[in-house]
Design a protein around this ligand. Sequence first.
Ligand SMILES: [Zn+2]
Length: 370
Amino acid sequence: MKHVFCLVALFSLTTQIAQAQARNVILFLGDACGIPTLNVASIYRYGEPQKLFVQHMPYIALMDTSTADVWVTDSAAGMTAIVTGQKTKNGIISQSATAVRGKQDGEILQTILEHAEQRGLSTGVLSNMNITDATTAACFAHSNDRRAAGPIFAQVFTPRFGDGVDVVIGAGRDLVLAATEKIGVRVESAAREKGYAFYDSLQAISEQDTRVIALFNTHDFDVWQATERAIRALSKNQKGYFLMVEWDAHTDNLKRGLKQTIELDDAIRKTADFVKSDTLIIFAADHSFDIRLRGGKRSEPLLAEDKGSAPPTAQAVPNVRVDDGHTGEEVLVAAQGPGAERVRGFIANTDLFHIMMAAFGWETWPKTTR
Ligand SMILES: [Zn+2]
């Protein structure tokens, strides 16, 4: 009887451990989507603070975004820290801080996407920025120069682990085709050879596709539609998937930045409704941006109506001050799903990698009590 009890106890313990693991992880990355941007976006859209979905997720942390050598990061060093667990220098894509930008390689840092590939999961990246830009590049490529678009994209076809990133959806089609052609890589034939469907529109992606490269010449497409198509393709793999969705939230063009922040937030809400409870959903920013709410009244629109085609400037919208630059204060990380409970307190950008690894059950974290 005692043995039976022990067995039952052991079984329930292992079940609990199994339940705590995520089959899938979706990382939503608002590029430059700091707390001040969320603050302004909520008031702009809803007339109230804290109305965004990400402001209601059950677990939150405040994340430092500094690099190996400077306080204010670019998207390259920022995303490298998040997806590899190691800080590097600005301009460097998933290589160690010993790299010299444009001159010398550092050590190759294995990314969370590559860890997933190594274990047979499906993987994807999606962005409305150029697909070879730093945030997406840091997931599937390694480079000592974020501007090396051709060599960065070519790494889709020369994966270090598994069969490489399975779903690639984003902007910058002509740029990618020209940059890869320069180094003798023909994307269309290379894609076919590696089992990808190659498209120029979101609508072309079919229900049957499991490996897709879809590149567009527009930055304006529907983030939820794209995310849904990516999830449908990736979730055919019973082992699970890792998906990174980047949406541009730079507010140097204020209304565009806020609109895209709201689109991203809506997409996260819809994703949370769409996926099962085996999926960890994380929202994070790679760095903050110099935008501040400086005034405004309840019951009045936050931003003045457009008077022409020029993007609003700090002078045109007195309630909000915008300077064109990244800033170094902590950003919000918000999460729900298995493993989300590790998202708490003040954390480093490098911690997010370990939180995702632990959610998949690939390492224990935290290793020590914080
Ligand atoms: Zn960025």
